[in-house]
Design a protein around this ligand. Structure first.
Ligand code: MN
Length: 227
């Protein structure tokens, strides 16, 4: 008899004070802080927002120890504000966008920078540079009603206790409501979708044995160890 397909479960993220959040899709915004756009060689005043995706099972819970990924010699950290959606829609108006938000979390958009640079040069897709196994660490979600002033929160990443990235959410080029509105013109957003909203400047290499500690004011911290 043919072997049955191995059982698998959807990915969930813990929520402070509520049931787990089941992840449907992971959308990520490219270049959403001017200083980071500049450090990557782009003009932040000219580019419209653009998006790429990661598989939902690339999520890693805070506190995890994960292997250094295969096929790269230049793994980079990108600390990001993650937005979790409880409702969706198409062509969502900016003024309505906040109603879709369930909560927020600290996330890392881990990137094989060498593969991304090669893909850019050759005009190829970014999927294997961005959407690899364990590429989307995410801290527990804090519900929207339990967060004050996320728009002006400080976002920071330490690697081995050294501050590598530090900025403020109010430096986003495209605000969270603008991003939701824009993305909902491209696809119909759905409950369970996550949006990684882009990284500030200071991205850099991560090595085996490194300890990453990400914070955003008012949210649960993110801790990841690389073995
Ligand atoms: Mn990113």
């Amino acid at each position: 008899m043919e072997k049955p397909i191995e059982k698998w479960l959807p990915t969930s993220i813990p929520v402070t004070g509520d049931d787990p959040f089941y992840v449907r899709r992971i959308f990520c915004v490219g270049r959403n802080y001017a200083a980071h756009a500049r450090e990557m060689g782009h003009d932040p005043d000219r580019d419209l927002p653009f998006f790429f995706m990661k598989p939902f099972d690339s999520i890693v819970e805070s506190g995890s120890t994960i292997p250094y990924p295969s096929m790269t010699n230049d793994l980079h950290h990108e600390i990001e504000l993650v937005v979790a959606l409880k409702t969706g829609g198409s062509h969502i108006r900016e003024e309505q966008a906040t109603n879709c938000i369930y909560g927020y979390a600290v996330g890392l958009d881990m990137t094989r920078r060498d593969l991304q640079s090669e893909a850019k040069k050759l005009g190829r897709p970014w999927d294997m540079a961005k959407g690899f196994d364990n590429s989307a660490p995410c801290a527990p979600i804090t519900k929207k009603g339990d967060v004050e002033n996320i728009e002006t929160a400080t976002i920071e990443l330490k690697v081995n206790d050294q501050v590598k990235q530090k900025s403020s959410i109010d430096h986003l080029i495209w605000s969270v409501p603008e991003t939701i509105s824009f993305l909902s013109k491209l696809v119909e957003l759905k409950p369970g979708d996550l949006i990684y909203s882009g990284t500030p400047d200071g991205v850099g290499a991560v090595n085996a044995g490194d300890y990453l500690y990400g914070t955003i004011t008012g949210l649960s911290d993110l801790e990841i160890n690389y073995k």
